[in-house]
Design a protein around this ligand. Structure first.
Ligand SMILES: C[S@@+](CC[C@H](N)C(=O)[O-])C[C@H]1O[C@@H](n2cnc3c(N)ncnc32)[C@H](O)[C@@H]1O
Length: 375
């Protein structure tokens, strides 16, 4: 269905950059009827593992609120909030601290959420914007600056990317066209001069057959976040790499992956609109662009270190008096934070507007007080 819509679009308008194909496919996928994330869907995230993940994020948000001198409202804007599961977990945990909870305004942003008519900033009225009452895009929220935090988990990896491939020492862009009614890739000129500027900033030498993804949508999102945050933090959790990884040959064929029914593969043209498409986040570019926008990097660390520093093991141990529930929480803490699993796959980037205290608990070394016992 989605494929035939995209084919008709190409027939009418001519070849489209891969980024446009990915944007159309992602919109169809995420807004598809009955789309479920989690175990019943195509993939699950840390949010689906256990409410402990949201509980630990709530602890970090509470510290941010304190560092900002306890503003009311303290607005958390969650991008790619899906059905609001993480929001529910964060708000449930926040209720343990009544003063923080009273100050907390939580805003959901997701492609699935219809934009409010006339762009009225509904969150200004206070409270919790549920799906259907949230925002479609961060730019819809941006006209009304906030003090607080822009938060996301596995959002940036879902944004559409341009794909560039190096042929005979020259970078060319991947476009999608039709051949006998089938979607096929062709190489062409850059669809926008922003790609050349991005490559210059990246400083990756052209190596034949190498492919690089360029997430211009992530840069536009960062600009919206910078416009939105009068004072505060940007907390981004995702899987990604730094530019040195590219220079060392990691992801030389790009990092594009498709997920369907918990199976990963690399063909974006299978089951178009019925599978999730993702790419790894280029952390270096987010940090460099953030600096230009006044969002300075406080730290980029693994999810493992972040959760351990914020006391996930201790919170799991105190989760419940019920032995079965306590056991589930302990296993979840391990799954979320253990090196080698989700704890290493995911990284946490914290950026902040200027002049704020930079020593966050989540960025502290969780092992600094660890002393190995002597034999
Ligand atoms: C991988 S899911 C992650 C959901 C949730 N954050 C979690 O961790 O379980 C990505 C989410 O981002 C949303 N999304 C994807 N592209 C988007 C866009 N361009 N603008 C806003 N939301 C988008 C999807 O609808 C989906 O809810």
């Amino acid at each position: 269905m989605t494929e035939s819509v995209i084919c008709a679009h190409i027939q009418q308008r001519g070849p489209i950059p891969f980024a446009e194909f990915m944007a159309l496919a992602a919109r169809a996928y995420y807004t598809g009827p009955g789309r479920t994330l989690g175990r019943a869907g195509d993939f699950y995230t840390s949010v689906h593992v256990h409410p402990l993940f949201g509980a630990i994020l709530a602890a970090q948000l509470r510290e941010m609120w304190a560092l900002l001198d306890r503003p009311a409202p303290f607005t958390v804007v969650e991008c790619g909030a899906g059905a609001g599961l993480l929001a529910d977990d964060i708000l449930t945990e926040a209720a343990r601290w009544p003063d923080f909870h009273a100050a907390l305004h939580y805003v959901l942003v997701d492609i699935r959420t219809p934009s409010p008519r006339g762009g009225a900033p509904r969150y200004a009225a206070g409270g919790y914007a549920r799906p259907g009452r949230g925002f479609h895009a961060l730019s819809d929220v941006a006209p009304c600056p906030i003090v607080g935090c822009v938060l996301s988990n596995e959002f940036v990896d879902a944004l559409p990317v341009h794909r560039l491939r190096c042929v005979a020492g020259q970078w060319r862009e991947v476009w999608i066209t039709l051949d006998g009614g089938e979607l096929v890739e062709v190489l062409g000129e850059f669809s926008t001069p922003d790609l050349a500027a991005y490559l210059t900033g990246l400083g990756v030498p052209p190596v034949d057959r190498q492919e690089v993804e360029v997430n211009l949508a992530a840069l536009r999102w960062l600009e919206d976040a910078a416009a939105l945050l009068a004072r505060g933090f940007l907390l981004t959790i995702d899987y990604g790499y730094e530019v040195n990884d590219l220079r060392a040959g990691r992801f030389s064929q790009g990092s594009l992956m498709a997920y369907r029914q918990h199976t990963a593969h690399t063909d974006p043209y299978q089951a178009v609109g019925e599978q999730d498409l993702t790419t790894h986040v280029n952390w270096t570019v987010l940090m460099q662009h953030g600096d230009k926008l006044g969002l300075h990097t406080l730290g980029l660390i693994t999810q493992s270190r972040f959760l351990l520093a914020l006391g996930i093991l201790e919170r799991a141990a105190a989760w419940s008096d019920d032995e079965a529930q306590a056991g589930r929480a302990r296993r979840a803490a391990w799954q979320l934070a253990a090196p080698g699993g989700l704890g290493d796959t995911f990284q946490v980037l914290v950026q902040a507007t200027g002049g704020l205290p930079t020593a966050l608990r989540g960025l502290a070394d969780p092992f600094s007080t660890f002393e190995p016992s002597r034999p």
